[in-house]
Ligand binder design. Sequence first.
Ligand code: TYD
Length: 210
Amino acid sequence: MTLEGIDGSGKSSVAAALRRELPRCLPEKSFIFTAEPTESDEGRILRAHLTQGYGEGDAARAMKMEELFLFLADHARHLAERVAPSMARGEIVISDRYSDSTAAYQGVTLKEIVPDPLMWIREVSEPWNVKPDLTLLFILPPELALERLEARPGKERFERLDFLKEVDQNFRRLKELEPDRFVLLDASRPAEQVENRALERIANLIEDSS
Ligand code: TYD
């Protein structure tokens, strides 16, 4: 199961609530909480990458491509070393961001570099992916997300209105491609309501599949 959405959509605080509540609500199940980018070497390199500018021309194009492959490398290691082994042990894995973030975000950065980057990224990453059975997509107007982000210290590369609007469109497109996997959550509602809704959707899916 995965949590996806634009920066500032409140995923990470819901992830913290799920980490606290799910083991209490479903004590017979084992949960693993994880996130991308990870804390691995690839993840650390990526975070350093995200605080730099791209520069111009060919150098910028190369850097955007490098960034995609760093995200894919981080994801591949995450899948092989953490997600797949946990699933094999019968644990329920909940990831704060996963491969849809790569398709949605790098689907914007690579726009003028490859045709239809969102579809291309889905294709190239297919051999290194295990599809989640449920993706909670946090939907929030990008203007509101940016307001929330402005209250936080530090600023990452992707925290700009025009960019977040395109990422939001890409997430919606991913949902259209696989409507059964995605559940939309209205992230403009009070935090407690969003948390309860997320908890309810996850618990329902677990109950239905057991
Ligand atoms: P994240 O750590 O979730 O953001 P935050 O700092 O708000 O907790 O992710 C860092 C940034 O990386 C975020 O702007 C989303 C972006 N990202 C991608 O561009 N591609 C990806 O594949 C992933 C996993 C994240």
